[in-house]
Design a protein around this ligand. Structure first.
Ligand SMILES: [Zn+2]
Length: 91
């Protein structure tokens, strides 16, 4: 997520060193491309388990799965284990 968002906080654009669930996991949010954004520590802490609507926050961009060449950067035989949930199951 950090690489996808170029290590920029989705809320303020400052350097991001953590990730944030847009809909917190404690509120039923899922861990996928559309619900996780890079965030700076300050915003991650400030947000806690609240929703954006409750804070009046806005995302600088709408998160989505990476497209195109992104997927070919890494050999498919050796995917990062952290990516496993996002990769199609090999048949
Ligand atoms: Zn921030």
């Amino acid at each position: 997520m950090l690489a996808r968002d170029r290590q920029r906080c989705a809320y303020c654009g400052e350097h991001a060193d953590t990730v944030d669930h847009i809909v917190p996991r404690s509120r039923g949010g899922v861990h996928d491309w559309s619900n996780v954004v890079a965030a700076c520590r300050r915003h991650n802490v400030e947000k806690g388990d609240r929703l954006l609507e409750e804070l009046g926050w806005r995302l600088r961009h709408v998160p989505s799965a990476p497209q195109g060449l992104w997927w070919r950067w890494r050999p498919i035989e050796d995917p990062d284990p952290l990516w496993a949930p996002f990769l199609p199951i090999a048949s």
